[in-house]
Design a protein around this ligand. Sequence first.
Ligand code: PEP
Ligand code: MG
Length: 575
Amino acid sequence: MSFTIHGIGVSGGIAIGHAQLMTHAGLDVPRYAVPPHQAADESARFEAAVKQVRTEFEELRASVPATAPAEFAAFINLHLMILNDSTLSVAPRRIIETENCNAEWALRIQADALLAQFDEIEDEYLRERRADVIQVAERVMKTLSGQPGYVPPPRSDAAQSLILVAHDLSPADVVQFKQHRFASFITDLGGTTSHTAVVARSLAIPSIVALHRARQLIRENDLVIVDGTQGVVIVGPDEQVLAEYQLRQHQFDLERQKLRRLRDRRAVTLDGVAVELQANIEQPADVVDARDNGATGIGLYRSEFLFLNRDDLPDEDEQFEAYRKVAVEMDGMPVTIRTYDLGADKDDVQERVTTNPALGLRAIRLCLTEPRRFITQLRAMLRASHYGKINILIPMLATAAEIEQTLALIQQAKQSLDDEGVSYDRGIKVGGMIEVPAAALALGIFVRKLDFLSIGTNDLIQYTLAIDRTDDTVAHLYDPLHPAVLNLIAGIIATANKAKVPVALCGEMAGDTALTRLLLAFGLRQYSMHIAHLLDVKQIILKSDYARLKPLARKMLRATDPAKLLALLEKLNSA
Ligand code: PEP
Ligand code: MG
């Protein structure tokens, strides 16, 4: 019998293979009584399981290849932290001894109590760490029951590609997964910002999360098609469907190969308009992929990732090293480092609870309340600017006063380096992200005071349409084609171009191939995007004729009917 399951595609492409199921420990275990005289032994059994899992984590951490994305090590560290926390590693022993119960039950009780606390948290990033707690608890549970804790190696009898089907995968699982080379993985759990999804993208194989019942419905060795682009799994396809997907897979692979040939081509339209295609990165290790995909610069280095998943703050030297590494490896190409955008869904101060974090003390607002921490980062960026072409980008600016205060702090950081005789690029450029509607509407202030602008459409859309970008329940209302959004973006680009202030766009819209031509027609000449989209966007630029697109884009700015807007966009994309 053939059936399909829908989830969230986190990494595109098509994989066809046979299912290999991963056992799911689960936390649903029975309680049984342990006589008081055996409680100490039961407690020791629990302690031994924790110790074994700790050793496994430490071994995994040591075995992470140098080429693996930095998230891998960070995730293992996070899991070690959860495991070492006394709420998971010590409290169950007290439960065993006071309630005279089995170790599995004590772990379950304690994990449930901990998870209930996570349910109360509003911050999506922190709430998603709930999944990490479950993964760690399940690993201890598996060890207690004598099951292997790891992703099984692919079956040796497998002649074809294997699709790993799991209820959930932990980052530690994924490290091994990388070594075993499955063709794809699909999981029941995981959201778009879950660790599983982040790692899936870095593995660049088709994968789907949030399938809910895949682990239950798919049987060992079932033939499975994974369409990571559409987020669809087809189980037991008939011959016709299989042939169709084999063809699509072949075409997809050919397309990727062809795209690779564009790596070193300059992105210029048919009528000679040159465009810069730059990469968004989260950490220095991403530079290798950025260069591999022909990025002509780093348009957005989200420096706040250096501050996450840790107990301490990175000091000036650690930050300097990270920024210097990127500058050196980009070999003279521009590297735009955004000062840390913490707060909202990327909070390092876990105890600070606010009702509307996206509207609260976030990004530059937070920096300006902590000038010492901010100046430390500014000094690190300035020092690194001696080793390459660094630009400083300030997130979430909304007022003239914020710009003035920021520029004054940059001046203060420069002065302190001058006093110490430390070199930096004296011509370093300072730009601002335009992601608050107020900034877009009062752009004059920004073009006068800043060297360049970068449009952050992810937040600009969130704030313009009053839609929380982290809230699934309103995700369907998040619309880049809303007339208000289109007019704001076109207005920012036109004003900046007129004032001859360079303007880039670094939100997700920059990597959306359906919007490449529209943005080009609005006058955009600098796109910065997720690395995986660089060559697709370049291909579209190479086939575009700017002069023919302009009138269509003007029509789109006057249109208000969504159906008409879509029809015009289609026309523009087939012109
Ligand atoms: C944006 O808001 O569009 C942006 C690029 O920044 P971030 O997604 O990090 O908020
Ligand atoms: Mg933003």
